[in-house]
Design a protein around this ligand. Structure first.
Ligand code: AMP
Ligand code: MN
Ligand code: MN
Ligand code: MN
Length: 289
């Protein structure tokens, strides 16, 4: 278990836990540095900062970095984390509000597609996406499919219905990676490429992609993610070192049982985490100055 986890989701996007519950779990797992990276929303940042402050009222036990995760590119598979993102930045806020609308429309279309397949969600398993103005993602629909007895696991829900190319897949319109990087930098944030190995590119393709995004302003690579093997970690570290990029790590914890991802569950071997964290914080301070 790592004492640092820079990639966590809360119930403000598609995680299951509240900021308070994340803090309690962090204390239990001895994770002392966290970054909240909810998808397409800044709404959880203030509640998370408040929950952390509450935990620290007697002694400092947790430290917290605000962040956001944006899916980008025509297929939405290039994920960019923005560390130090300000919840006050107007441009970022309005872009997130727009993504929220698109997500609600898409969810309604996914539900219609499921119905065409003869799949009905049980009442009460999913909030009406067009009604409450809240974040909705495929993870919510996957959980509703489980709760309705249609599938047994999140994995099955994506494999059978929700994943790319499956019958209820509806693409979400995304920013380009360059747009997202520019928007994050404009909001005082440090853009970092999330879970590069999840993109399933060959090593030369991934190297070319990272170097091209670096020339557009990408500043770091999420090297320590559960999707990376020891070999992948050496490969990503080398790209980061060669290009003078930051190194980060996080579990991508969402709170689902059966996904084998735990808070602080990073691949082992991140010995330089303290130095890498200092470099990240220095970069955030320079950007927001
Ligand atoms: P969305 O952003 O609404 O397109 O949904 C993508 C999210 O669904 C990811 O951030 C994960 O939380 C979740 N997800 C995607 N694929 C899977 C999978 N195979 N198993 C479990 N969760 C998944
Ligand atoms: Mn997610
Ligand atoms: Mn992601
Ligand atoms: Mn994530």
């Amino acid at each position: 278990m790592s004492p640092i986890d820079l990639h966590i989701h809360s119930a403000y996007s598609d995680g299951l836990l509240s900021p308070e519950a994340l803090c309690a779990l962090a204390l239990q797992k001895r994770v002392s540095v966290m970054a909240l990276c909810d998808h397409d929303t800044l709404d959880g940042l203030k509640p998370m900062a408040d929950a952390v402050a509450m935990c620290n009222r007697d002694e400092k036990r947790l430290s917290f970095l605000p962040a956001v995760e944006l899916s980008t590119g025509s297929d939405g598979r290039t994920h960019i984390l923005g560390y130090g993102a300000s919840a006050q930045d107007e441009r970022l806020r309005s872009a997130m509000a727009e993504m929220g609308e698109k997500r609600r429309d898409r969810a309604a279309r996914i539900i219609a597609r499921l119905e065409e397949q003869g799949v009905r969600l049980n009442p009460g398993t999913l909030a009406d996406p067009r009604e409450n103005g809240k974040f909705i993602g495929r993870a919510h629909i996957a959980r509703a499919l489980i709760a309705s007895g249609v599938v047994n696991t999140m994995e099955q829900a994506f494999d059978r219905y929700l994943g790319e190319g499956r019958p209820a897949y509806v693409a979400l319109e995304h920013f380009s990676a360059a747009q997202a990087i520019g928007m994050l930098r404009g909001a005082g944030a440090v853009p970092v490429l999330a879970h590069p190995m999840r993109m399933r590119l060959s090593e030369p393709m991934l190297t070319a992609l990272i170097e091209s995004l670096h020339s557009e302003g990408l500043m770091g690579i999420e090297v320590y993610h559960p999707s990376a093997s020891r070999r992948d970690i050496r490969f990503l570290q080398a790209i980061a070192r060669r290009n003078g990029m930051l190194v980060t790590g996080g579990s991508d914890f969402h709170g689902d049982k059966g996904l084998r991802v735990t808070l602080g569950g990073l691949p082992s071997g991140w010995r330089s985490w303290a130095e890498d964290l200092t470099a990240l914080k220095t970069a955030i301070a320079a950007r927001s100055a």
